[in-house]
Design a protein around this ligand. Structure first.
Ligand code: NAD
Ligand code: MG
Length: 397
């Protein structure tokens, strides 16, 4: 390919994870179109080293000084040009650096909030996979994006689908759009007897039928808290009222979500379930580039089916609407509780069916004051984590 325009410079936050490595896979397919400026990871030194060797970014950042020191040593031993930044706030630096055009937010959890906000404040093109950042940040996140002229592009497959189905003129949504319909796979326990949910192990919960994903989102898919977070994410991304957002289970994951208009017409976005599609869409938007995903073979599709989510099996799903209607900041409390509960489940300190109890009990104990700043949000996140830890201790297996 002959390249006539300057390559787009890219920072990938959470580069070693499932979304991060899929992002680099799309980048790899387009030599000359993207230039990796910086990469970050929490603890996976060797995986980040391999990415630095292939993509030769200017900077790399690790979550702790000890891991950064290990990476710096290996980078030196391999004579690579990458500099390991160790300063406090290094991750915010690579997210907002003036040399960066686009930032992929692919950290998992509320830990991604500060770097995503840094990218938004710097007016970047922000590709958002890290749904927890938006669930915690809510109105404040969206205000920051708007005030600083950042471009926010959803990477979560459902939100990418809705984004692609909505009219480009945002000001017309209020008069044209009736509702949005998020599709959900239903996860690995869609048909399991609810009486047996207590015995589920982390290995079973992380074996998703259609996707290989990080462990936290895999557990969230199994409880359908992932869909609860996505309802909240959709509320902010598309400025919808909670009652305009519906969820339907669609096990084949071919329809990635839909928009229903005022005249009852519905537009849907379809394709094989492969996260490289929404990633490529966000990277190139409004252009379209090869993602590496397989084409949908209609002759091979047996059927597209739909069903309601069973409230007994998936009690967490409805917490999203409840939290959106409660005091501002309640969604941050729900997210923090869920992060703590999932972590405890993955460490075998909490039964699968008690994740919901931790979330409920934390919501009952904390009534947030309206968060006016990022500091307020982080303090609320901290307070909710302590309450959730106490709930885990009470409910521990
Ligand atoms: P993952 O666990 O595979 O990867 C997470 C990445 O973030 C890793 O690079 C890890 O090193 C880094 N990280 C973790 N904690 C960190 C911290 N405290 N500070 C800095 N870096 C940290 O997760 P994933 O599946 O790639 O998911 C990433 C985000 O994308 C999540 O918010 C998830 O909900 C969202 N998402 C994922 C998928 C998917 O298919 N995997 C789909 C839609 C949305
Ligand atoms: Mg999703």
């Amino acid at each position: 390919m002959t390249q006539t325009t300057k390559p787009q410079t890219l920072t990938v936050l959470g580069a070693t994870g499932s979304i991060g490595s899929n992002t680099l896979d799309v980048v790899r397919r387009h030599p000359g179109r993207y230039q990796v400026f910086a990469l970050s990871a929490a603890t996976q030194v060797d995986a980040l080293l391999a990415q630095c060797a292939e993509f030769r970014p200017q900077y790399a950042v690790m979550a702790s000084a000890a891991h950064a020191a290990q990476l710096a040593e290996k980078i030196k031993a391999n004579s690579l040009p990458t500099q390991v930044l160790q300063a406090p706030g290094a991750i915010e630096i690579i997210a907002s650096h003036e040399a960066v055009d686009a930032v992929m937010g692919a950290i998992v959890g509320a830990a991604g909030l500060a770097p995503c906000l840094a990218a938004a404040r710097a007016g970047k093109r922000l590709l958002l996979a890290n749904k927890e950042a938006l669930v915690v940040g809510g109105q404040l996140f969206m205000d920051t994006v708007k005030r600083h002229g950042a471009t926010l592009l959803p990477i979560d497959s459902e939100h990418s689908a809705i984004f692609q189905c909505l009219p480009e003129d945002r000001s017309s949504w209020a008069t044209r759009v009736d509702s949005i319909v998020l599709t959900a796979s239903g996860g690995p326990f869609r048909q399991r007897d609810p009486a047996t949910l207590a015995q589920i192990t982390p290995e079973q919960a992380c074996a998703h039928p259609n996707f290989s994903m990080g462990r936290k989102i895999s557990v969230d898919s199994a409880t359908m808290m992932n869909k609860a977070l996505e309802v909240i994410e959709a509320r902010w991304l598309f400025d919808m009222a909670p009652e305009q957002i519906q969820v339907v289970i669609h096990p084949q994951q071919i329809i990635h979500s839909m928009v229903q208009f005022k005249d009852a017409s519905i537009l849907a976005q379809l394709g094989t379930p492969d996260m490289r599609v929404p990633i490529a869409c966000g990277l190139a938007w409004p252009e379209r580039i090869e993602s590496g995903a397989a084409r949908l073979d209609f002759a091979q599709l047996a059927a597209l089916t739909f069903e309601n989510a069973d409230a007994q099996r998936f009690p967490g799903l409805h917490l999203s609407w409840q939290a959106l209607r409660a005091a501002e900041g309640t969604t941050a409390v729900l997210n923090a509780a869920n992060e703590v509960a999932v972590d405890a489940f993955l460490q075998r300190r909490l039964r699968f069916d008690r994740i919901h109890q931790v979330n409920l009990q934390t919501l009952e104990r904390i009534t947030p004051a309206r968060p006016a700043s990022v500091q307020d949000l982080l303090a609320l996140d901290e307070e909710a984590r302590s309450a959730a830890q106490a709930a885990v201790a009470r409910l521990a297996a």
